[in-house]
Ligand binder design. Structure first.
Ligand code: BES
Ligand code: MN
Ligand code: ZN
Length: 492
C-alpha cells in the first residue's frame, strides 16, 4: 500500500525536522524566516550560490546536507514580487511533493514566509501536495518502493487562519481524489451496484442518497436509459444525492453525470485497441459524486442535487439493436442507430428526470460523451455547450481558476435538424461531421428552458498524461471546476 501524507501547520519559528525546505526568490538571498535557517548552516550565501549556480529560478533546487544529518532544501520561487495566481500555488505544491519524494525524507518542515503567501495560497499549496501524492497502486502486489509515511509541517505566518483554509480546500481535494479512485477502478470491481454503494457512503456526511432500481426506472418510463443496460447481466441504477446546506426555500443547483461503468459499444461494438479505457466512461458520474462529497464535507451554504445514471453497455442476446426504437421518460421516441452512442441515451432520461423533479436553478451535466471532442480539443480543454451565456461565462472563469479549462462550442437549430429520424422523433447518431455538437443537440432535447450546460469531458477525464498535480491516469477533472463555480457565484 502507498504511504500516507499528513500536513500540519505551525508558527514560523521552531522548525525541527530531518529535512527543512526554504524558498528564495530569483537572485535574492534567503529572506524573512528563511534567513535565520540559512544562517544556521554557517555557509556564506554568496559563495554557495555562485559555486552551485543556484539562482532561485522557479523549479531550481539547492540540496544541502548539514551537520548531524540535517538536510536543507532551498527551492527557487521565481521572480521576486511576481503575482502568483492561486492555481500557481497548487502547482507549486505539486512540484514540491515531487522534490520531497525524491529526497526520501519522511519528516519535513516547509518554511513559507513570502509576500503573497496568504492562507488561501498556502491552502492551494497543501492541496497540490496531496493531489500530487495520490497514487492508484492498490493492485500492485509486492514490495513498495515508497520511503514511508510523509509528515509535513508548514511553518506559516498565520497558523490558525491557514489551518481553516487548508481544511476547507481539503474537502475539495477529497472530492477530486474520490473521483480519481472511481475512474481508475476496473469495471469488474465497480459495476452499477458497487458504484451506487460508494455514492451511498456520502450519507455519513449528511447527503441524502436515493438509489432507484430498474423497476422504479421502468415505472418512471426511462426506456432510453434502460435500453442501454439491457444487454448487461448487471442491472442499472439511478442515484440521487441531495445536499441541503442553503436556504430551505431556494431551488437546488443540479449536476448530472454519465455513468457507463464499461462501454463496449454494445452490438455496434468498439475495436479492441484501447477498449480498456472504457472503464473510465463513468467519469461524469465520478465527478458529480466527488463534487457532492466536496460540498457536503465543507458544509457549503448551498442546495445541490447530484444525479448519476449507472449502466453497463454490453452486447448480448438481450442487447438493444441498431434500428430499435425506444421511448424516453419525456415521451420522445428515439431510433437507436448506433448502440455505441449510449451516453446520450442515459443522459436523456437523467436530465429530464432532474429538471422535472427538482426545477433547479441550473443544470450542468458531465459526460465522456464523444471521441469527436478529443479530436477537436485534445486533453487541454473540455467542450462546453450551453443554452445560457451567463452560466457559460461563469463556467469558463471557474475553469481558468481551477485549472480545469473549458472551451465553448456552438449549438443551433440547424445542427438540431440533423438529429431528426426517419422513423422516430430523433435518432441517437448522425454522421461524422460535428459529432460532439449533434450529441449536445440530442441532450438539449431533454432540457426545456432551464439554464443548462453540457461538459463533454471525453478528452479530460482520463489518459491526458501527467501534470504538476496528477500522475495517475484519471485527474478527477470537474470536481475542482464545479466546486469553484459554486464557491465563486452561488454562495451568498
Ligand atoms: N464513451 C464514448 C466516447 C469516448 C471516446 C469517451 C473516447 C472517451 C474516449 C461514447 O459512448 C461513444 O462511443 N461515442 C461515439 C459516438 C458515435 C457512435 C456517434 C464516438 O464518439 O465515436
Ligand atoms: Mn459508446
Ligand atoms: Zn460511452
Amino acid at each position: 500500500m502507498s504511504k500516507s501524507i499528513s500536513i500540519r501547520v505551525a508558527a514560523l519559528t521552531g522548525a525541527a525536522a530531518a529535512l527543512t525546505v526554504i524558498y528564495t526568490a530569483e537572485n535574492e538571498a534567503p529572506a524573512g524566516a528563511a534567513a535565520a535557517i540559512w544562517a544556521a548552516t554557517g555557509l556564506d550565501w554568496e559563495v554557495s550560490a555562485s559555486v552551485t549556480s543556484f539562482k532561485g529560478k522557479q523549479g531550481q533546487t539547492l540540496d544541502i546536507l548539514g551537520a548531524g544529518g540535517k538536510r536543507l532544501l532551498v527551492l527557487g520561487s521565481g521572480k521576486a514580487g511576481a503575482d502568483v495566481p492561486l492555481n500557481g500555488w497548487t502547482d507549486r505544491g505539486g512540484s514540491l511533493l515531487a522534490k520531497l519524494a525524491a529526497t526520501r525524507a519522511t519528516n519535513i518542515a516547509v518554511i513559507i514566509d513570502e509576500p503573497g503567501a496568504s492562507p488561501a495560497a498556502i491552502a492551494e499549496l497543501a492541496a497540490g501536495l496531496r493531489l500530487r501524492h495520490y497514487k492508484f497502486d492498490k493492485y500492485k502486489t509486492g514490495q513498495s518502493e515508497d520511503a514511508g509515511d510523509l509528515e509535513i509541517t508548514l511553518h506559516v505566518a498565520d497558523p490558525a487562519a491557514t489551518e481553516t483554509a487548508i481544511a476547507n480546500r481539503g474537502a475539495t481535494v477529497d472530492g477530486t481524489l474520490l473521483a480519481r479512485d472511481l475512474i481508475n477502478e476496473p469495471a469488474n470491481v465497480l459495476g452499477p451496484v458497487e458504484f451506487a454503494a460508494r455514492a451511498s457512503d456520502l450519507s455519513a456526511l449528511g447527503v441524502t442518497v436515493e438509489i432507484l432500481e430498474p423497476e422504479a426506472l421502468e415505472k418512471l418510463g426511462m426506456g432510453s436509459l434502460l435500453c442501454v443496460a439491457q444487454g448487461s447481466d448487471r442491472p442499472a441504477r439511478l442515484v440521487v444525492m441531495q445536499w441541503r446546506g442553503g436556504d430551505p426555500d431556494q431551488a437546488p443547483l443540479a449536476f448530472v453525470g454519465k455513468g457507463v461503468v464499461f462501454d463496449t459499444g454494445g452490438i455496434s461494438i468498439k475495436p479492441a485497441a484501447s477498449m480498456e479505457d472504457m472503464k473510465g466512461d463513468m467519469g461524469g458520474a465520478a465527478a458529480v459524486t466527488g463534487l457532492m462529497l466536496a460540498l457536503a464535507s465543507r458544509k457549503a451554504p448551498v442546495n445541490a442535487v447530484g444525479v448519476i445514471g449507472l449502466v453497463e453497455n454490453m452486447p448480448s442476446g438481450n442487447a438493444v439493436r441498431p434500428g430499435d426504437i425506444v421511448k424516453a421518460m419525456s415521451g420522445t421516441t428515439i431510433e437507436v442507430i448506433n448502440t455505441d452512442a449510449e451516453g446520450r441515451l442515459v443522459l436523456a432520461d437523467a436530465l429530464w428526470y432532474t429538471q422535472d423533479r427538482f426545477k433547479p436553478r441550473f443544470m450542468i451535466n458531465l459526460a465522456t460523451l464523444t471521441g469527436a471532442i478529443v479530436v477537436a480539443l485534445g486533453h487541454e480543454h473540455a467542450g462546453l455547450f450551453s443554452n445560457n451565456d451567463e452560466l457559460s461565462i461563469q463556467l469558463l472563469n471557474a475553469g481558468l481558476s481551477a485549472n480545469e479549462k473549458l472551451w465553448r462550442m456552438p449549438l443551433s437549430p440547424t445542427y438540431d435538424k440533423l438529429i431528426e429520424s426517419k422513423f422516430a422523433d430523433i435518432r441517437n447518431s448522425v454522421g461524422r461531421p460535428a459529432g460532439s455538437i449533434t450529441a449536445a443537440q440530442f441532450l438539449q432535447r431533454f432540457v426545456n428552458n432551464v439554464p443548462w450546460a453540457h461538459l463533454d469531458i471525453a478528452g479530460t477525464a482520463f489518459g491526458g498524461g501527467s501534470s504538476d498535480v496528477n500522475t495517475s491516469w484519471a485527474p478527477g477533472f470537474g470536481v475542482a471546476l464545479l466546486d469553484r463555480l459554486v464557491r465563486d457565484y452561488y454562495e451568498s
